[in-house]
Design a protein around this ligand. Structure first.
Ligand code: HEM
Length: 248
């Protein structure tokens, strides 16, 4: 009997792993496609943004599920879509920023990567602003009552600083580009305004600021992910399922 139960449990676990792997592969393929087809991703982002906005307007409050404990209430579709879209874009932007600066000289590839990096930054800024608007008009699902107060405070602090960095990093990069005398042309089509003229001293300061903020974000994202994984695999309290709908 115990063998049968163990078989059923292991079959369910392996099904879940297969589903999770399939979703991971889908997300990876989507991320790679976004990076390699940078001009075409505007259509994808545009459609997704319209979808998110219409869903958000149609469903302004996160769904309440009274039968489940408060700590397992989920974010709604708009919050989840924005969270993962921004996360994928940040990873792509960070990766491009990392490799593009190591390319020697001014090659067409280097210039292309710089453009993609800037377009991703502008998109992250716009989506982060949208996400903050969502957040200002919706409450986040409450954390489990059993969560210690310091963990709740730490989570709020990290989330708050992540929001600030999602705006501050694109802004510092944007002004850095202006101070270097290079106008940002979004997706190679829409010239964006330059608020400051070429300024070598300011350019150096903004570059340092941009890099400092990048590494601060990296450190916070690592902490954030480790906390999410601890909840999933050590505490086993289902917190990750608040942001990943296919996890139960
Ligand atoms: C660049 C990457 C990421 C950024 C900038 C980011 C940012 C954020 C922010 C700001 C929130 C708070 C949402 C709110 O209540 O307003 C949040 C929530 C959350 N994130 Fe991320 N995130 C990133 C990647 C990830 C990854 C990779 C995971 C999982 C491994 C993850 C798991 C979660 C979970 C589970 C929550 C909900 C926490 C809760 O319910 O209190 N995030 N994220």
């Amino acid at each position: 009997m115990s063998c049968v139960v163990a078989d059923v449990v292991s079959l369910r676990v392996s099904r879940k792993i297969t589903t999770a792997r399939a979703h991971f592969i889908q997300i990876s393929v989507a991320a790679t496609t976004i990076c390699s087809l940078a001009p075409g991703y505007s259509v994808f982002i545009g459609l997704l943004t319209i979808h998110i906005l219409t869903r958000s307007l149609a469903n302004p409050e996160p769904k309440r599920m009274p039968s489940r404990p408060s700590g397992s209430e989920r974010y709604n579709g708009a919050a989840i879509a924005l969270h993962w879209l921004i996360a994928v874009l940040i990873i792509c932007g960070f990766y491009l920023g990392w490799i593009m600066t190591d390319i020697p000289g001014f090659t067409p590839t280097k210039l292309k990567y710089f453009s993609w990096h800037k377009w991703i930054g502008v998109t992250v800024f716009a989506l982060a602003a949208l996400r903050m608007l969502w957040r200002a008009t919706h409450r986040a699902p409450p954390l489990d009552d059993a969560t210690p107060a310091w963990q709740k405070a730490a989570a709020h602090l990290v989330h708050g600083v992540l929001y600030l960095l999602m705006l501050a990093i694109p802004l510092s990069g944007y002004f850095y580009s202006s101070a270097a005398g290079i106008q940002v042309v979004y997706l190679g089509v829409v010239p964006l305004p330059t608020f400051i003229g070429p300024d070598p001293a300011l350019k150096a300061t903004l570059r340092t600021l941009h890099v400092l903020l990048d590494y601060t974000l990296l450190a916070l994202v690592v902490m954030h992910v480790l906390a999410a994984l601890k909840h999933q695999f050590v505490d086993r309290d289902g917190l990750l399922a608040r942001m990943i709908p296919f996890l139960k």
